[in-house]
Design a protein around this ligand. Structure first.
Ligand code: GDP
Length: 445
C-alpha cells in the first residue's frame, strides 16, 4: 500500500535503536540520516524533508530524549509528533456556510478522482443528514456528465447537469444556475465538479478560477492523486496560484504509490488535508486525521478509524446478539453470512485489515488477498439450505457436491469454507469469553 516502503524503512531505523540505554549524538545523526533517506526515497519534497529531519534532530539531541527511560521509544514519539505536524497538525473539518447552501468546489487534474470524490462526498454528507446537490461543471470530458450522473445515482443524491444543447460548454453558467436551483429546492450543500486536464494548463486554470469567482465557494478542495509522485508539489503550487484552494483531498491512498509527494502537499501549500480516499467504491473515503495517518505510516495502527467505521455500520443491538451467539456456541453459517455482508458495507476488507497495528507484518497475505473470495464465500453459503446453514454437521459429501455446483465453486472450496468457519467460531468464542486469540502471522504489537 501507499507509504508501505516508508513504513518498513522507518521500522528498520527504529529497530537499530532498540535496547540502547543511552543515545550518543552519533546514534542520533545516524538515525536522522536514515530517516532522511527513507523520506527522500518515498518522494517527499526536499524542503519538507529538511524541515522534518532538522526538527527531529534538534529534539532528539535535547533533554527529552537524554532523560527518557527508553530513548528509542522517545525518538519514535518525536518522529510521530513531527509527522503529525507535517500532515497539518490538527484535524481540519469541512466548513459549512452560515447561510446555506454551502458551496464546495472540486479542482484538480484529470484522473485525480474528482468525480468519484464528488459521489463519495455527497454520500457521506447525505449520511450526516445533509441534502447535497451534485453539479456537473466538467463539460470538457465527453463522458464526465454521464459519469457524475452514475455516481449520483449510486450515492442516492440529485445531480444538476445541463440539458444537452443548453449551456453546454459554459460551466460558469451551469454552476450559477445550479446554485439558484439548490436555493429553490432547499439543497443545503452544493458540490461543483470541475473539468481537469492531463497536465497543468492555462485554460483549465482560468476556467476553474472563473467558476470560483462566479460561485464564491465556502471550500475549494484540491484533489490530488497520491500516485503522481514528484509532480504533486509542482501541481499543487500551480493550482494554488491559478485557483487557490482551502483544502486538499488525497486520493488513491490504497495504491502502491510511494506517496511521499502527497505527504508534502500540506506542508508546501500551507493548506490542510481534509479528506482521504482509499478506493474506487463510494465508501472508501474518510475525513483526514493527521495523527491517525502518522500512526498508520509508523505502523502504530489506526484503531480509531476502524472503530468509527464499525460503529457507523454495525447495529449495536445486532452486535450484542452476535457476541452472545459466539459465547454460547450458537453462531451459524447464516449469521456468518450476515456478518460478511455487514463487513462489506464497511469498505474493502484489505483496507480494513491495513488499519490494524502490525498490519505491515501481514503484507504478503494482504497482497495475495482476493476480494472476490468474499463473493464466492457468499455464493457458497447462499447455495446451502437453511438447515445446513444452521448445522454444518449435516454437510456430507453429496450435499457438498450439490453446493459446489450451485455456487459455481469446487468441493475443495466448500470444504475450506466449512473448516474456516469452524476455526473462526472457535476463535471468536475465546474472544467473547474475554480471552486473547492467537492470530497466526500477527507478531506482538
Ligand atoms: P476525475 O477525472 O478527476 O474526475 O477522476 P475520476 O473520478 O474519473 O477518477 C479517475 C479514476 O480513478 C477512476 O477510474 C476512479 O475509479 C479511480 N479512483 C478515484 N479515486 C480512487 C481511489 O481513491 N482509489 C483508487 N484505487 N481509484 C480511484
Amino acid at each position: 500500500a501507499t507509504f508501505g516502503n516508508l513504513t518498513d524503512r522507518l521500522a528498520d531505523t527504529f529497530k537499530n535503536l532498540r535496547g540502547k540505554g543511552k543515545l550518543s549524538p552519533a546514534d542520533i545523526d545516524g538515525t536522522v540520516r536514515e530517516i532522511r533517506r527513507a523520506l527522500l526515497d518515498a518522494d517527499v519534497a526536499l524542503d519538507v524533508v529538511k524541515l522534518f529531519t532538522g526538527n527531529v534532530r534538534e529534539r532528539a539531541l535535547g533533554d527529552e530524549v537524554n532523560k527518557a527511560l527508553n530513548p528509542a521509544q522517545q525518538v519514535v514519539q518525536i518522529v510521530n509528533e513531527e509527522l503529525i505536524g507535517i500532515l497539518g497538525g490538527e484535524q481540519r473539518r469541512l466548513q459549512f456556510a452560515k447561510n446555506p447552501p454551502t458551496v464546495i468546489m472540486l479542482a484538480g487534474l484529470q484522473g485525480a478522482g474528482k468525480t468519484t470524490l464528488a459521489g463519495k462526498l455527497a454520500k457521506w454528507l447525505a449520511g450526516e443528514g445533509h441534502t447535497p446537490l451534485l453539479v456537473a461543471a466538467d463539460l470538457q470530458r465527453p463522458n464526465a456528465v454521464n459519469q457524475l450522473q452514475v455516481v449520483g445515482e449510486q450515492a442516492g443524491v440529485q445531480v444538476f447537469a445541463p440539458e444537452p444543447g443548453n449551456g453546454v460548454g459554459n460551466p460558469v453558467k451551469v454552476s450559477k444556475d445550479a446554485i439558484k436551483f439548490a436555493k429553490d429546492k432547499l439543497h443545503d450543500v452544493v458540490i461543483v465538479d470541475t473539468a481537469g486536464r492531463l497536465g497543468v494548463d492555462a485554460d483549465m486554470m482560468k476556467q476553474a478560477a472563473d467558476i470560483r469567482k462566479a460561485v464564491d465557494p465556502d471550500e475549494v478542495l484540491f484533489v490530488i492523486d497520491a500516485m503522481i509522485g514528484q509532480d504533486a508539489v509542482a501541481t499543487a503550487k500551480a493550482f494554488q496560484e491559478g485557483v487557490d484552494f482551502t483544502g486538499v483531498v488525497l486520493t488513491k491512498l490504497d495504491g502502491d504509490a510511494r506517496g511521499g509527494a502527497a505527504l508534502s502537499v500540506a506542508s508546501v501549500t500551507g493548506r490542510p488535508i481534509i479528506f482521504a480516499s482509499t478506493g474506487e467504491g463510494l465508501d472508501d473515503f474518510e475525513p483526514f486525521h493527521p495523527e491517525r495517518m502518522a500512526s498508520r505510516i509508523l505502523d502504530l495502527g489506526d484503531i480509531l478509524t476502524l472503530i468509527e467505521q464499525a460503529q457507523k455500520n454495525f447495529d449495536e443491538e445486532e452486535s450484542r446478539k452476535v457476541a452472545e451467539k459466539f459465547a454460547t456456541d450458537t453462531f451459524t453459517l447464516e449469521d456468518f453470512l450476515g456478518q460478511m455482508q455487514q463487513i462489506k458495507k464497511m469498505g474493502s476488507l484489505k483496507s480494513l485489515i491495513g488499519m490494524l497495528p502490525g498490519a505491515r507484518g501481514m503484507k504478503e497475505q494482504l497482497d495475495n488477498f482476493d476480494e472476490s473470495e468474499l463473493t464466492r464465500t457468499e455464493a457458497i453459503i447462499q447455495s446451502m439450505t437453511r438447515a445446513e446453514r444452521q448445522n454444518p454437521k449435516l454437510l456430507n459429501g453429496s450435499r457438498r457436491l450439490r453446493i459446489a455446483r450451485g455456487s459455481g465453486t469446487s468441493v475443495t472450496e466448500v470444504n475450506a469454507l466449512v473448516n474456516r468457519f469452524e476455526q473462526a467460531a472457535k476463535m471468536m468464542k475465546t474472544v467473547a469469553k474475554g480471552g486473547v486469540p492467537q492470530i497466526p502471522g500477527m507478531g506482538p504489537v
